[in-house]
Design a protein. Structure first.
Length: 621
């Protein structure tokens, strides 16, 4: 059979060359074991894989035999996904969000389906869609708004009521059938949609929606809302004028005429005063009804429509969106939460940022040709919401002062520093597009850093000064040649001692989307790269007892949730560290490819050395 990457590349090329191409015979790819290796490579490192589904199985013990069993069921079309285990996670507003945890085998099959759907649909998705897509993120959505929505007057903040819970299965399957003419694959997707969930030992059927927590759910949601993207493309083209007719703003022209005569009469002081006044007003008529521009951006089920036009047009577009969602997708637009906001007076919330329009026109800059121009003329500004910083500071501040973090007092110094660094780095990386990132995140860093010092001081029962004297590491000051001390910890590595300090990077505003996990979770390529775990699996050698075999079904992959937790567990016990822990530590991996006897020994607590002879005897026989 062909490699999975080759098949995915061919599917993507066909979809790119012909957006109307209808695909068939896709189900047979589910018989290709290479797809499952690629799928496993994509998902094996996720911590959630060690969480049990209703069958109590996890990713631990993954081997080729499990794949062969899955393929056999799929060939016979007797594979039925299990109901997901329902659990709840807290929301910011105090409510709880339901989350479904599938069994590992279902996750694996879903990932294969997701790869196929992504290859087919990614070339036809609109540029205005940014959620759960390769090379797209919250940052790309925000950058699109900032670069295309200059001069916006009104914004529609879209809110779809319970989108993920109200996706109509029949409509979704109809949309899929427009590009996929393979009844077996569509039937399998329908089985996933109707698998249901188990709560309090009772199975509940799912008549609508996609299971939140399912690997295939995000791309199914994008396929569903692709229809909204196409509708909005038509609405934007319908209302946007082709070219702007620069109608001059009469008050501005009157002042310009007065300035002309003042200069002509030699009254340069009055002419300069008139120029300063002119810079505070637009030069082009802001109420020009002949110039209209409508822009739309969506991330998952959140979208915003930015309009350079009248409020009545914004109200009309909101009604058109509501009617389309109701009639075509059987979804409801919440009119109470889908606000129409005057961007000149109020800020718009989208993806955790505040969007505002700059009205300051007095500052002047010079372009590359030496021409003077205003620095801001209705440009879009991305800002850090003040309430976000206040909420993030709650665990570290009391009565306006930094305080120690009670829950972290017993944490080792290095782990404590890593935890604090992860918090400040994650916050900065996400809000690095904001104009005021240096001031808002700078305020957070000030209190956050002193909370770290006070936590260590409370832990070691000493003053902050003694903490700085003990842990202080000299770093260069941004300006000048001087140095200052900042909290740091020295730790040992294979290469020798290294030093980690508290986050000390400059809080600079970034103009390009951040390419990392903090942007929206994960940014990946259309065809993902294989991980070295597959090379280790295909080597045919136990990484614990060195047993070798050409039969790869004899080997399994042992997984742990976190390697650090395993190390700490045995360090606290003070007992002999098992061989498998030492082997994982030397590899610095959460996985270990082992033969079945070694894997059984790991879970039973048997000394691995004692089973080597058994393995050797088995080979000789």
């Amino acid at each position: 059979m062909q490699e999975a990457e080759v098949v995915l590349s061919m599917l993507g090329r066909k979809s790119t060359e012909n957006s109307e191409f209808v695909f068939d015979r896709l189900y047979r790819n589910l018989f290709n074991s290479d797809f499952y290796q690629l799928a496993y490579s994509n998902i094996y490192a996720r911590e959630g894989n060690m969480t049990q589904g209703i069958d109590e199985s996890t990713i631990d013990g993954f081997n080729k035999a499990r794949v062969e069993k899955l393929i056999a069921l799929l060939r016979q079309e007797t594979y039925y996904p299990k109901p997901v285990r329902r659990t709840y996670i807290p929301k910011k507003n105090g409510d709880q969000r339901p989350l479904g945890i599938p069994s590992f085998e279902d996750k694996l099959v879903q990932e294969v389906i997701r790869l196929l759907l992504q290859a087919i649909y990614e070339p036809v998705f609109q540029d205005t869609s940014h959620g759960f897509r390769p090379n797209r993120s919250c940052h790309t959505a925000l950058t699109q708004i900032k670069t295309t929505c200059k001069g916006t007057n009104w914004a529609i903040e879209g809110d779809i009521k319970g989108f993920f819970d109200n996706i109509n299965h029949k409509i979704l399957l109809t949309l899929l059938s427009r590009k996929i003419s393979d009844g077996r694959l569509l039937n399998l997707i329908e089985r996933f949609l109707k698998a249901g969930y188990m709560e309090f030992r009772q199975v509940h059927n799912t008549l609508a929606g996609t299971p939140q927590g399912g690997i295939v759910s995000p791309i199914l949601a994008n396929i569903y809302l692709h229809e909204l993207d196409l509708c909005m493309k038509k609405i934007c083209e319908q209302h946007t004028t082709a070219k702007r007719i620069r109608k001059k703003y009469q008050p501005y022209q009157e002042l310009n005429m007065q300035r002309y005569y003042a200069r002509k009469n030699g009254d340069y002081v009055h002419a300069q005063a008139l120029l300063r006044q002119m810079r505070t007003m637009p030069s082009i008529d802001p109420l020009d009804r002949e110039y209209i521009r409508v822009n739309y951006t969506r991330y998952a089920d959140d979208f915003v429509v930015m309009i350079n036009g009248s409020k009545s047009l914004a109200e009309q577009i909101r009604k058109e969106i509501g009617a389309f969602l109701q009639q075509e997708l059987q979804l409801e637009l919440s009119m109470e939460k889908t606000l129409i906001t005057n961007v000149s007076d109020q800020k718009v919330r989208f993806l955790g940022y505040e969007i505002a329009k700059s009205l300051e026109n007095t500052a002047i800059t010079t372009d590359t040709r030496g021409r003077k121009k205003r620095t801001a003329n209705g440009t879009i500004q991305l800002l850090v919401p003040g309430d976000v910083v206040r909420e993030k500071l709650k665990p570290f501040v009391a009565n306006g002062k930094a305080v120690h973090h009670n829950a972290r007092i017993n944490v080792p110094a290095l782990d404590l520093l890593q935890q604090y660094n992860a918090e400040i780095r994650g916050l900065y990386e996400y809000y690095s597009l904001a104009t005021d990132v240096s001031t808002k995140i700078g305020k957070f860093r000030y209190y956050h850093y002193y909370s770290l010092l006070k936590t260590v001081a409370r832990k070691e029962k000493c003053s902050i000064k003694k903490v700085v004297d003990k842990y202080g590491v000299s770093v260069k000051v941004k300006q000048g040649t001087g140095t200052r001390k900042i909290f740091g910890v020295i730790y040992e590595t294979k290469e020798g001692p290294k030093t980690m300090t508290y986050f000390n990077e400059p809080l600079k505003k970034k103009d390009k989307p951040h390419e990392g996990r903090n942007a929206n979770g994960i940014i990946e390529t259309v065809i993902p790269q294989r991980h070295q775990i597959l090379d280790r699996m295909n080597a045919g050698k136990c990484e614990l007892c060195a047993h070798e075999s050409a039969d790869l079904t004899e080997f399994e992959v042992h997984h742990v949730r976190k390697l650090k937790d395993i190390k700490q567990k045995y360090a606290k016990r003070g007992s002999h560290v098992p061989n498998w822990v030492l082997a994982m530590s030397s590899l610095n991996r959460k996985t270990l490819v082992v033969c079945k006897p070694c894997h059984d020994a790991i879970h039973s607590g048997t000394n691995v050395h004692s089973i080597k002879n058994a393995v050797k005897g088995k080979n000789e026989n």
